[in-house]
Design a binder for this molecule. Structure first.
Ligand code: ZN
Length: 207
């Protein structure tokens, strides 16, 4: 990559010769004001380029956003998850298209009904090197290691009762899939196995 300086922000050209704005020189206020999905792509510090898919009739910035080192990284059987605080997002890159499709379908169906009880999806797209799909979520807080009965009841009322009403199940209920927000509220995540389901007994089972 070669970099040039312009007006305090650093612009670097990546492998596709598209300019990208670098962090930290880009003022954090600017990152907070520009909707993430308006960038062409996100650049991870390891060189991964995540191209954002967006409706073609919408305006785009001709820049990539270079992300800083993540605050945390998780590797599961199905995905790599990068957690950032500036911008305050979580980037999840899926090994397989199936959990990605489940997760996207879930948020498309339920985001507005569930509100702040689940993260907000900011963007989706493909990693350029291997075409693996990714989603970008709002970063809602830290993972919980143990849940009390009362906390399970909060998740049940705010999410599970709502989706069960229409026959949707989460299928991976566990403390590790609940986040505690800075405000103290709880947020259910990881809908990679969620689906509309007619089986009995798999709708409220906690690991
Ligand atoms: Zn089920």
């Amino acid at each position: 990559m070669k970099s040039t300086s312009s007006g305090g922000a650093v612009f670097v050209r990546n492998r596709l010769n598209r300019p990208c704005t670098g962090l930290p020189p880009l003022p954090s206020l600017l990152v907070a004001l520009i909707p993430l999905e308006r960038f062409e792509a996100l650049l991870l510090p390891n060189g991964d380029e995540l191209v954002i898919e967006f409706p073609s009739n919408s305006w785009r910035l001709p820049f990539n956003l270079a992300l800083p080192l993540p605050d945390a990284f998780h590797r599961s059987r199905t995905a790599q998850t990068f957690v950032f605080s500036l911008p305050n997002i979580v980037v999840k890159v899926y090994d397989d298209v199936k959990p990605y499709a489940h997760e996207r379908a879930f948020y498309e169906k339920w985001s507005s009904a569930l509100g702040s009880a689940v993260p907000t999806v900011h963007a989706h797209g493909r990693r350029i090197d291997d075409s693996k799909p990714f989603l970008v979520f709002s970063n809602e807080g830290g993972r919980i290691t143990e849940l009390t009965e009362e906390e399970r009841a909060v998740v049940r009322r705010s999410v599970l009762d709502v989706i069960h009403e229409e026959g949707w199940h989460h299928h991976d209920l566990a403390a590790r899939n609940v986040l505690r927000k800075p405000s103290g509220g709880l947020c259910l995540i990881d809908f990679g196995m969620a689906s509309k389901c007619e089986r009995q007994g798999c709708d409220g089972f906690w690991e």
